[in-house]
Design a protein around this ligand. Sequence first.
Ligand code: GDP
Ligand code: MG
Length: 185
Amino acid sequence: VTPCPPAPPELREQTLVLVKPDAVQRRLVGDVIGRFERRGFKLVAMKLLQVPELQEGRGYVCGYPCIIAPRCHQADRGLLDRHYQHLQQKPFYPALLAYMTSGPLVAMVWEGYNVVRSTRAMVGDTDSAQAAAGTIRGDLSMHVSRNVVHASDSVETALREIGFWFQRDELVAWESGDSQYTYGP
Ligand code: GDP
Ligand code: MG
């Protein structure tokens, strides 16, 4: 197989997508991934993880017994504090933390032309009740507090957020052979 030439920089924009714990519980991971794949975006990183919950008197608690206390996790509460920095003062912030630590989530990095704006459009309005039919939230969810997915809201935010959730070597640089069919010559 002849290796494909590297894609130009405008095709290399990246964004962070999280399939949130409600969506994992509801077996929607494949549906969400399928939408980004079918659109033509390229998956460059993906992992399942649970951000442990901080419980009064018990410390960080997740689904598995902690034998390497106190920091056996690659993720912690601080990750969510950084990720949702802009919301820490909101009255719903404790509920948001409880939601995001309630079970495993899938973190992914998607790459492609205009990927940040396109994925936001595919995700739909923050409030699922307002989200248009055809969007992920509009098709798969009912309420702002269980809105299935996260997608970065700007190129700058995406760069920061990818750094919160992934180590550099967890991103895989690969050239997809279908580029001339998805983007043209
Ligand atoms: P997003 O970029 O569309 O995800 O929206 P924001 O950055 O404004 O908010 C981040 C996340 O906080 C949302 O996706 C929701 O999960 C949650 N959130 C936002 N507003 C509310 C709210 O009014 N109530 C609750 N419970 N959660 C909210
Ligand atoms: Mg946001």
